[in-house]
Design a protein around this ligand. Sequence first.
Ligand code: NDP
Length: 250
Amino acid sequence: MSAGGPRTALVTGGSRGIGRACALALAGDGHRVALCYRADKEGAAETVTAITDSGGQALAVAADVSDPGALDGAMKEIESTWGPVQILVNNAGVTRDGLLMRMTDEQWGEVLHTNLDGAFYAIRRATPGMIRGRFGRIVNVGSASGATGSAGQVNYAAAKAGLLGLTRSVARELASRNVTCNLVAPGPIATAMFDGVSDERQAELTRLVPLARLGTPDEVGATVAFLCSEAAGYITGAAIPVDGGLSMGH
Ligand code: NDP
C-alpha cells in the first residue's frame, strides 16, 4: 500500500500489453484501478479478473481516447464509482506504419488522434478533479522513437515526441497544484504491438539494445507505478527511458 493510501487510477488501453502491466502494478500498490479500452472487451475483462483475483479493485470501461465525449462518459462512470481520478496513465496507442511518401492522411491522423490527442483529452478532463483534491499523478507513455526518430513511423514518432512537449507543459502548469506529469519512454517491449513489427526490424532493434533483449511489460509497469507513488512526489516533467539503453545520448 502506498503511503498516501489508495487512490483512484485510470489506465487508458488497459486491455493488454503495457497498459495491463501498469494496471496490475498500480493495483499491487493498493490503488483502485479503472481501465479503458476501445475494442478488446475480453482482454479488458481479463485484466479486471487478474486484479480482483489478487484482492484488488478494478473496473473496465469502453472508451476510445480519441473521442473526448466517450472519455467524458468513462470518467463520469469512474467518478460515480470511486470519486475523481487522481492517477492517470495515458498508455493507449496504435501504430499505422508506412514510408513517408506513401503515408496516407488516415494513417497520419489515426496515430496522432489516438496517441497524442487522446492524452490531451484525458489530461484536460482529469485535471480539475486533481486540482480540487490537491494531488495528481499523470504519466504519459511515450517511446524511444520520439527521441531517436524511426524510419517508417513519422506519424508515431511525431506523436510520441509531441507527448514530451505536452508532458513538460502540463508539469509546469500544474506543479503549484501538487500535480506531477512525467513521461515513460519504452524501447522494444514484448507485446502484441511489437509482434506487429517485421521480423527484420525486430532483429535490428534488439541488436541495437545495449542490454540485448526485449523489455517486458512489467518492467514498464513498475516504472510507471513508481512515478505514480507518493515517493515520486519530487519528480515532474521527467522523461524516463525504459529501453535497455537504446536511446542513450538522445
Ligand atoms: P498493444 O497494442 O498491446 O496495446 C494497446 C492498448 O491500447 C490496447 O489495450 C488497446 O485496446 C488500446 N487502445 C488502442 N487504441 C485505443 C483507443 N483509441 N482508445 C482506447 N484504447 C485504445 O500495445 P503496447 O502494450 O505494446 O503499447 C502500449 C503503449 O506503449 C502504446 O502507447 C505504445 O505506443 C507504447 N510503446 C510500446 C512499445 C512496444 O515495443 N511494445 C515501445 C514503445 C512504446 P483495444 O484493442 O481495445 O483498442
